[in-house]
Design a protein around this ligand. Structure first.
Ligand code: TYM
Length: 340
């Protein structure tokens, strides 16, 4: 029997942080053993906001390197770059034509990002969730492991598949696209900013101190944790809405030391911040050290990484092209003689 399929991705926008790792990548690493797992670096998504073309290729390579350094094994899963598989852009166009505009206008992330950009909002930013739906639907993914912030985009992908494609062009017995399920694990799904625990940790926060990047050197990690916002209360606890900093940092500590939040809470309940912060810093440094070491090695060997990405793109294209052809046929496109 074939294994259930997983698809996910991260944008190569600047440095990846603890939220990306704990909310997404770390879960992929477990899933690759039991699921047919596809993970891509979503470079086409990264250009939906103003970007630096001189950095995109290097960031894409570095992000792919981080996938491997975090434990994604090309012998167990398929790692590729989104723009290397043309079907992503092509399916996006087909889905654009059947997706109501007002479904996109109500997307929370679009509204948040658009506000920040004033008059300079691209069509691509509005279209971001349709491209993401194409990413997922091309692979007939059963599960999409993401952080909490992606829930609405996943719902959109499901609605496009079910309400617009399957209901509109298929039949109940012959659905054209698989309707995917989000996989949002409780722990790590919402890592908050170190400087404002009511906001999520984010690559786009202008304050570098708000996040710990996976490639931050140990002294910087320690400094950021030392400066992280706290409260005047003694003792660490999770789940108290009056104490978002305590919840966030304790949750991080639990995730980094492979404990449940309840276990970490019990271990740290009597501690003041002065005792807890160095413990958290040690845990973060220890968790990141092997990732950084492996990433540095991979960056020294571009031929190896290129080989992994080329094989990944080939395998991904095989699956994606078949799905694209299915949708093209359902929509009534003629197709080439060879494809008929
Ligand atoms: P990106 O790059 O913004 O985020 C990548 C992944 O990291 C998760 N994440 C977090 N998890 C916990 N706490 C945080 N503070 C935090 N910040 C980010 C995100 O939920 C995500 O899982 N739109 C996607 C990229 C994408 C994608 C896809 C994902 C494009 N196509 C297809 C899955 C399937 C995104 O958020 O990228």
């Amino acid at each position: 029997m074939s294994r259930p399929r997983v698809l996910s991705g991260v944008q190569p926008t600047g440095a990846l942080h603890l939220g990306n790792w704990l909310g997404a990548i770390r879960n992929w690493v477990d899933l690759q053993h039991s699921h047919d797992t596809y993970v891509c670096v979503v470079d086409l998504h990264a250009i939906t906001v103003p970007h630096d073309p001189a950095r995109l290729a290097a960031d894409t390579r570095s992000t792919a390197g981080l996938y491997l350094a975090c434990g994604m094994d090309p012998d167990l899963c398929t790692v590729f770059v989104q723009s290397h598989v043309r079907a992503h852009s092509e399916l996006c166009w087909l889905l654009n034509c059947i997706t109501p505009l007002n479904w996109l206008e109500r997307m929370i992330q679009f509204r948040e990002k658009a506000v920040k950009q004033g008059d300079n909002v691209s069509v691509g930013l509005l279209d971001y969730p349709v491209l993401m739906a194409a990413d997922i639907l091309l692979y007939d993914a059963d599960l999409v492991p993401v952080g909490e912030d992606q829930k609405q985009h996943l719902e959109l992908a499901r609605d496009i598949a079910q309400q617009r494609i399957n209901s509109g062009f298929g039949s109940e017995d012959h659905p054209i696209l698989k309707v995917p399920e989000p996989l949002i694990l409780k722990q790590g799904a919402r890592v908050m900013s170190l400087t404002d625990a009511r906001q999520k940790m984010s690559k786009s926060d202008p304050n570098e101190g708000s996040r710990i990047n996976l490639l931050d050197p140990p002294d910087l990690v320690r400094r950021k944790i030392k400066r992280a916002k706290t409260d005047p209360v003694m003792g660490l606890e999770a789940g108290n809405p009056e104490r978002p900093e305590a919840s966030n940092l304790l949750g991080l500590y639990a995730s980094l030391t492979a404990q449940t939040t309840a276990e970490a809470e019990q271990a740290c309940e009597g501690m003041g911040w002065g005792r807890f912060k160095p413990l958290l810093a040690d845990a973060a440094v220890a968790a990141l050290e092997p990732i950084q070491k492996r990433h540095a090695e991979l960056m020294q060997d571009p031929a190896y990484l290129d080989g992994v990405l080329a094989a990944g793109a080939e395998q991904a294209s095989r699956v994606a092209d078949a799905t694209l052809a299915r949708v093209q046929t359902a929509l009534g496109l003629l197709g080439t003689a060879a494809s008929r």
